[in-house]
Design a protein around this ligand. Structure first.
Ligand code: SF4
Length: 394
């Protein structure tokens, strides 16, 4: 347990500089997906977007301080599926209550599936001001896409990315998953090689994310592939897949900056860095999670209930000083740059070397943590077991 000074003045109540907007509609519900994402309800799109606009006004209009945003992220669901006019409507509503910070380049990002991309839509997104597209590819093997219940093919994925670049996107992220049923180290290598060839053709692919599959309780995927199914790669194989991912991406100038994220220089996801730096952010839409005024809260996850009461909370938790520090450690160690101990002390009022010395020394001896230049980092060999390392420190 970390001792916390009672009179600590933290930075946690700073005004948010990021906003997340959740668009929950999808063409199809992927079998592994545990997000607030709904298929077959696109007829609710117009009404949902109007309600979301009313939520933005209700939450932002009463705030006393001027709101100035560095990042806006349209996530889902599949924001790319809905009419660009509705994205434009939400965007202009947000900009009625918040200005975009004028220093530096703001990041205005949107998620989409590849088969929702058309030339017309991509150009409309650019005209709205979206300057980063995050495309969920998941795998470049058709059998694996079928196994996890995606409703697009490899060919559609490649076409979608190329269209986005042709339309004029200069900052594209592509997302993958490993640890999938039927996946082997050979098929994963095929996906990575195909992704890197695509990146040669599409230099706008500046960012790659890859997450290990996590299956939620009651996931529909479990009915075809129960947890003990031999179709899943073993834990050891998943570690090999992860190592292959890191090696191939780094060889190709995608620098790892977070456990699951890689970018060419200058193209880290600024919005996601808000989360990892434990900074506050607004959020709007069904099931959206926010961190504002030292409170983490989430909107209702049921679409119908959210549309009736968009300001109601599904959960809400005051983040006290002890939790703030725990989160600072958990999130900070996900970043490859690690935790700057001096900056941590300035922000959180805790000298980790003093409070956690024996654990840190032990983990450094085991080569799972590295402490140099007053920065505490998880080592390459520590990353696959980062959760248990973090658990020892909090
Ligand atoms: S497209 Fe994305 S958000 Fe929609 S169901 Fe599939 S994984 Fe979930």
């Amino acid at each position: 347990m970390i001792a916390t000074p009672a009179n600590q003045i933290s930075k946690k109540a700073a005004s948010p500089e990021g906003a997340y907007i959740h668009i929950p509609f999808c063409t199809h519900k992927c079998e592994f997906c545990d997000f607030a994402a709904f298929a077959g309800l696109i007829e609710l799109e117009d009404e949902y977007c109007k309600i979301l606009c009313s939520e933005i006004e209700s939450r932002l209009a009463p705030r006393p301080e001027p709101i100035s945003l560095r990042t806006i992220f349209y996530g889902g669901g599949t924001p790319g599926l809905i009419k660009p006019e509705n994205i434009a409507l939400i965007h202009s509503q947000l900009l009625k209550f918040a200005e975009i910070k004028s220093d530096g380049q703001p990041e205005i990002a949107m998620e989409t599936t590849p088969h929702a991309i058309t030339m017309e839509k991509a150009q409309a997104w650019l005209a709205i001001g979206i300057n980063r597209l995050s495309i969920g590819i998941e795998s470049l093997c058709d059998d694996e896409l079928t196994a996890i219940g995606r409703d697009h093919t490899v060919a559609e994925a490649l076409t979608g990315v190329k269209l986005a670049q042709q339309a004029g996107f200069k900052n594209i992220s592509i997302d993958f998953m490993y640890g999938l049923p039927t996946q082997t180290i050979t098929s994963w290598e095929r996906t990575l090689d195909a992704a890197l060839s695509l990146a040669k053709e599409c230099p706008a692919i500046e960012h790659v994310s890859a997450y290990g599959l996590e299956i939620a309780k009651n996931s529909p995927l479990l009915s075809r592939f129960p947890r003990d199914s031999a179709s899943y790669p073993s834990d050891d194989l998943c570690v090999q897949m992860y190592e292959l991912l890191v090696a191939k991406l780094e060889e190709n100038n995608y620098q790892q900056y977070e456990v699951s994220n890689f970018a060419r220089p200058g193209f880290r996801s600024e919005h996601n860095l808000t989360y990892w730096r434990n900074a506050p952010y607004f959020a709007f839409g069904v099931g959206a999670h926010r961190y504002v005024d030292s409170v983490r809260s989430a909107n209702l996850r049921s679409l119908k209930k959210y549309m009736r009461t968009p300001l109601a909370d599904e959960v809400s938790e005051n983040i006290d000083q002890a939790m703030f520090i725990k989160e600072g450690i958990m999130l900070g160690l996900r970043l490859l740059e690690g935790i700057d101990l001096q900056a941590f002390q300035a922000s959180y009022g805790v000298d980790l070397l003093e409070t956690q010395r024996s654990e840190i020394e032990f983990l450094c001896r085991e080569k799972l943590l590295d402490l140099s230049d007053n920065k505490l980092k998880i080592t390459r060999q520590g990353i696959p077991i980062s959760n248990s390392i973090i658990a020892r420190l909090i």
